[in-house]
Design a protein around this ligand. Structure first.
Ligand SMILES: C[S@@+](CC[C@H](N)C(=O)[O-])C[C@H]1O[C@@H](n2cnc3c(N)ncnc32)[C@H](O)[C@@H]1O
Length: 222
């Protein structure tokens, strides 16, 4: 992922970048949010997150940079070397790492962030949840942004932008309803659901009146 998105510059994009599956599932990527600073609503949410924090798939490092600015110990990690570098230049502590490879201080982090659909990284949310159990300490938290509605799906997608198309990779989408399935028989329970009210005016989840981003706070129970 992100060969195309890491090329996007605020000056040359029209804000449209999508992941598309072979069978027509379209996931919009929010380039302005991706490249911008944490919004007011995001900052409010992030202030409720206790450190030390790992921001998985941090991209340009919006969340990790803000947490660091607040004095919270926060490490971003991203599989793209270019994005990890961009995150560092944006003020985040960041390493260029695949989340499924070893990371520093595994099992000692209090919180992990999977924002902007990053529970879909690798295409298998159950495997990702298992990986989070290795990273987070007992009693720690995983903050997982989910779709308000819709199916939970495992997909093969490509990035599309301005007529360019990236290589296929595995991705998944998880909806609010899918979280229950995900944590059944796992060492996680749902502790709270946070809303981040920063979607553009008028933008709605298809088929609903909801415009808020939803972040499920999971607590590691074992
Ligand atoms: C949808 S973007 C989200 C970026 C950021 N969290 C945000 O909220 O804007 C997904 C990010 O995950 C990164 N990524 C994809 N696969 C990864 C992996 N296996 N390990 C670490 N990062 C990964 C991508 O490079 C990309 O920056």
């Amino acid at each position: 992922m992100s060969e195309l998105i890491s090329d996007v510059r605020r000056s040359d994009h029209n804000g449209v970048c999508q992941l598309r599956s072979e069978c027509g599932v379209v996931i919009d990527l929010h380039i302005d949010r991706y490249l911008g600073q944490a919004s007011r609503a995001e900052r409010r949410f992030l202030r409720s997150v206790a450190g030390p924090v790992v921001d998985i798939g941090c991209g340009p490092g919006r969340a990790a940079a803000y947490l660091r600015e607040q004095g919270t110990v926060a490490l971003g990690l991203d599989a793209s070397a270019r994005l990890a570098e961009l995150a560092r230049s944006n003020g985040a502590l960041c390493i260029n790492r695949n989340v499924f490879d070893p990371i520093p201080f595994e099992g000692r982090w209090h919180s992990v962030l999977l924002l902007d659909g990053n529970i879909g990284i690798g295409g298998d949310p159950f495997k990702m949840l298992g990986r989070l159990s290795e990273i987070v300490e007992s009693g720690g938290r995983a903050y997982v942004e989910v779709d308000a509605v819709g199916p939970t799906q495992q997909l093969t997608v490509r990035e599309h932008r301005r007529g360019s198309m990236g290589a296929p990779f595995a991705w998944a989408v998880v909806s609010m309803a899918g979280i229950d399935d995900l944590i059944t028989n796992a060492d996680w329970r749902c502790h709270a659901v946070h809303t981040i009210r920063d979607r553009p005016t008028g933008e709605r989840w298809p088929g609903t009146n909801r415009s808020d981003r939803l972040v499920v706070e999971l607590e590691r129970t074992s």
